[in-house]
Design a protein around this ligand. Sequence first.
Ligand SMILES: Cc1ncc(COP(=O)(O)O)c(C=O)c1O
Length: 395
Amino acid sequence: MDDRQRYDRATAELDPPFAILDMEALRANAESLVRRAGGKPIRVASKSVRSRPILERILAMDGFRGVMAFTLPEALWLVSHGFSDVLVAYPTADRAALARLAASERAAREITLMVDSAEHLDYIEAAVPANSPPLRLCLDLDAGYLAFGGRFRAGALRSPVREPVHAADLAADIAKRPGFRLVGLMAYEAQIAGVGDDPPGSAAFARVVRLMQARSARELILRRGRVVNAVRQVADLEFVNGGGTGSIERTVREKAVTECAAGSGFFHPRLFDFYRGFSGRPAALFALPVVRRPAPDVVTVLGGGYLASGAPGPSRLPQPYLPPGLRYSADEGAGEVQTPLLGQPAEDLRVGDRVWFRHAKAGELCERFAGLLLVEGDKVVEEVPTYRGEGKTFL
Ligand SMILES: Cc1ncc(COP(=O)(O)O)c(C=O)c1O
């Protein structure tokens, strides 16, 4: 039985739209991430999962330790449900959440906040009472790649802290303030971890990507090491975090890095098909029903416009996955309430049949569905809620 037959059979009694998680594929993907990490622990990026029961199951597997959360309210919620060691990977300006963090001994012990400036320190200090337990901080380092005297930049625009001296200065500032403990350092090389080195289309562009990534990795191995040394003069770091699904094996090779992060690799969405170093199995899919047939080789499915975040373009559209060979109409793309799909496979589809899609990214799928149907073989064995299904939208 092929995957389409399995998924159709497992969900035959259900009416789409719905989302499924192929548990065998999820486990295989998790094992592959652990293998690639070569013994260093992987912090699970919750933004790319967005389902509490699935995060729990992943963390129960060998090789994973701690959560990389995306907002402080999310981190507080996870800790209230028993999660521990939660790093909020992006700075927060949520004063109410900061006050809640400072009011809870356990939350203050389990949650680490991200900072990259004295402005962040001042902001947090102003939001929490003076006698609060010390808050755990992680320093975010710019891991982007600069060339041609800074005129070319690759990587996410995040932290202004780049050089050892800047990091050491900020670490010293933190050490002076009794309300804080600097426990971690994070440097996420988005230009390697999140950019496929085998992109479709132009071979010349692929060569440029690979060259940029090789140079960036060489630059980062030195700079990240120097920054960690400089910061360790001032603070006892518990962890140095780097990388993501696309860079694991490269990131963990650096001695200064104690752990890597990964999230997208569990669901293996469309954007992660374009890497030479690893492959994964599409684990999270959603089904949309065929609702009409405008022409012999066209079907229209309900909904579908679940675009992914990031720089806009065709790569952000969901992929019509099964049956293979369907494509969007150039005029309509993935629609708000209906999506026409063109191609020869449409000839065999009838009203009520389903088309299976993959999201371009991983966790954003869960903002569209309240639950994930867990598929083992050709059966749905359980349904678990997404964050949305638990009434939680943190962004
Ligand atoms: C700080 C940080 N680390 C790691 C990742 C990698 O996550 P993923 O494995 O889901 O690509 C991201 C993604 O944006 C990130 O922002």
